[in-house]
Design a protein around this ligand. Structure first.
Ligand SMILES: Nc1ncnc2c1ncn2[C@@H]1O[C@H](COP(=O)(O)OP(=O)(O)OP(=O)(O)O)[C@@H](O)[C@H]1O
Ligand SMILES: [Mg+2]
Length: 369
């Protein structure tokens, strides 16, 4: 966020000197307005927004939700710590949006309990004042300018008049749309609309930010910028829950990942652990010639599985996790005379960890080939 002094305060200071000679009552009211503006600006500062380290921002206990015949959530429990970025992943229809909508007080669970920043779900107004929600379907009012749109939501969130302009400007800057302030919303590209909706959800500096697939439809550069924006919000102490199918982004940003499958939270772990423990160790080899023979040799080796082509490389999985195993295999390939020019291990990814966890969770046998 910007470190520049609040324009509103500057304007009020100027007003104060310009008002010399006016009545004491109006000077008092200007001073009072300035005090209020300064208090609000201070309250909006990142430091003030941050929770004490280690505190719990949201606690979900055994919630379930059924839609007619579908059990969308089944006995889900989760604790979110202050300032963490938590990724929600899972197949289509797993229950991610349902969980986010319950946290956002948009739908009630059938059973279980949710406490957000100390408030229970029936304290809807209080919860909404401390959360921000960006839904997966963008809702924008087309006949407004960008600045008007944010101002509308600033008023709807009951931001005090003294800081509204400042909040709108600060938010446009945070999501990188300040140069579009006077553009009509319906002329914005999808990526810009995504930013606008993110801006709308952070206008009031929520302590818990809920994002449902915020990266969908974004180009790679816009995704990178979104990651930077979210990191900046996290640095300011915002707790973020983000559902996404872009696992690469989640692996890069999230402290922890929760895997949802068929309504159940089947795995919650630190991102690094999940990848190390559930990710698949995969090797990639390329030979200058005899590639078909090499492919067949690998396929026939009992300790190797998942052998497949990737352009002119051969990919496969090797049992065990010792570096020595790699060395032994490479030695054998050379001894057999395969003209190997490239041989390396790919780092396990969140994608392979996710596949393994969801397949196991859905009762599949983890694919061997
Ligand atoms: N309003 C609703 N009425 C009926 N069924 C619903 C409703 N909302 C969700 N469901 C069902 O609940 C299940 C979970 O849906 P949800 O939208 O939470 O999944 P999701 O994990 O967000 O999926 P996706 O990755 O496709 O967004 C699905 O079977 C869905 O059809
Ligand atoms: Mg969804």
């Amino acid at each position: 966020m910007s470190n520049t002094p609040a324009p509103r305060t500057r304007q009020l200071n100027e007003n104060t000197s310009a008002l010399e000679g006016t009545s004491q009552a109006s000077l008092d009211s200007v001073a009072q307005e300035r005090r209020l503006a300064e208090e609000h600006i201070k309250a909006r500062s990142p430091r003030m927004a941050a929770e004490p380290a280690g505190s719990v921002v949201a606690q979900v206990t055994a919630i379930s939700k059924r839609f007619l015949g579908t059990l969308a959530l089944n006995d889900v429990s989760l604790k979110l710590g202050a300032g963490e970025m938590f990724g929600l992943v899972g197949p289509n229809g797993a229950g991610k949006t349902t969980l986010l909508r319950i946290l956002a007080t948009l739908i009630p669970p059938d059973s279980g309990e949710v406490v957000i920043c100390g408030y229970r779900l029936n304290e809807v107004k209080k919860i909404r004042s401390v959360i921000g929600f960006m839904p997966d379907v963008l809702g924008v009012y087309d006949d407004m300018l960008v600045r008007e749109y944010l101002d509308f939501f600033a008023r709807a969130s009951a931001l005090p008049a003294a800081t509204r302009d400042y909040a709108v400007r600060e938010t446009m800057q945070a999501v990188g749309i300040e140069h579009m302030a006077e553009q009509p919303v319906d002329g914005l590209s999808r990526g810009m609309k995504q930013r606008l909706c993110l801006g709308r959800s952070i206008l009031h500096k929520p302590r818990l930010l809920l994002l449902d697939e915020p990266a969908s439809g974004l180009d790679p550069l816009a995704r990178l910028e979104l990651r930077e924006i979210l990191r900046a919000l996290q640095r300011q102490g915002t707790t973020i829950v983000i559902s996404s199918h872009v696992l690469e982004d989640l692996a890069d940003m999230c402290d922890r990942i929760g895997v949802v499958s068929r309504g159940s939270l089947i795995c919650v772990d630190e991102t690094k652990n999940l990848i190390e423990e559930q990710g698949t160790r995969r090797l990639r080899v390329k030979a200058l010639g005899q590639s078909e023979e090499l492919f067949q040799f690998l396929k026939d080796s009992p300790e190797i599985d998942g052998v497949r082509w990737d352009n002119d490389h051969i990919l496969f999985r090797l049992g065990g996790n010792q570096e020595q195993d790699l060395h032994e295999l490479l030695k054998v390939l050379i001894q057999k005379g395969f003209p190997v020019v490239s041989f390396y291990e790919e780092a396990p990814s969140l994608e392979s960890a996710y596949m393994n966890v969801t397949r196991a969770g859905e009762g599949w046998e983890v694919a061997k080939s």
